[in-house]
Design a protein around this ligand. Sequence first.
Ligand code: ZN
Length: 370
Amino acid sequence: MNLVTYISKYLPASLRSKRFLLDQKHFDLTSFKGDVSEWMQKYPVSEENAEIHLALAELFRRRGEFDKAVAVHEAIASANLAGYKEEELLLEMAQDYYAAGILGHAEVLLEKVLQTAGEEHSKIAFRLWLSILEREQEWGKAIALVEQFGQPGSGGIRLVNLYCEYALELKRQGDVAQLAKVLKKARRLTLGVRASLMSAELATAQNRLKESIKFYRDVLIRDPLRSDIVLPALKHLSHMTKSQEALSDFLKGLYQTQPSVRILEALIELNIDMSAHYWAAEIEHHAKQGRSKKVFDHWLDGVGSIENEAKFVIGELVHSRSLVRFDRQKCYQCGFQTDQLIWQCPQCDGWETLYSRYELKISRQTSKQR
Ligand SMILES: [Zn+2]
């Protein structure tokens, strides 16, 4: 036995080259270059060689020769062999089409599998079909699929975001009545914050400002790390409805769970009595870390014992050094980063997993202290 044969004998099956016994000779699949229709005429699908045909189809799919992969799978399916279930072969063909980007064909097959197959194959078909619909941005169809075939309780955050994507589409079409209905359905799942955020935007657009404030607050109560998105809107709305005082009370409470400099800034803007000892200490703490010029300036203004010239020099120094706001968005699941606010991570496909890096950092520090 030579070394190569010896090693290959102990390799896992998936890494070994595919060799089959055919006509008393070994047929090496990895080097197959022949004409597939000629080959299939010579060796029609039978119980003895079906495994070779399956492996051949897989090889074609990997090589990107999808039409050949489908042809072989079809031949196996129509041979009606014992031990080779139709639903398995339909799934294989659907994956051929999916890999080839012929998504419509894949969908037809997957629908058939979902309606007729047992649990195991239905699950695979469901997952594949859902990712096809997401890729095609067919949100209405994707929702219908999850509602009809999804496991209750699982993947809820995904369903919420399917509703939200569908709502965006309705917004573009100007179908406000349907939009409100879809958002209501999404909110009922009480997962993530995106549905509340979109509801707040809709309420603002329809001049239902108090309702909008309620939705925005709901976002922060359930996920204080979202203050980077929510605070600008809340500040604006409280100004419009003259409810600054109520907002500052709310933010003071929120600051306990998320001591973010953004919240502090909002409190300053709302004209809270900053001479209070507690807040002064907080500002000093944040300013020393160079987190925000606005916070630092405010603190500096309040320190009477420093001369104006010295104040100016210190201010410039802080300004030139570390006024980084960590405003990039980061996925807490896989670490992907972007400058845009997006709701699905392109790297790990997670929904609502991207947050402001700064808010994430603060929240980690607080949870460590606890
Ligand atoms: Zn990710």
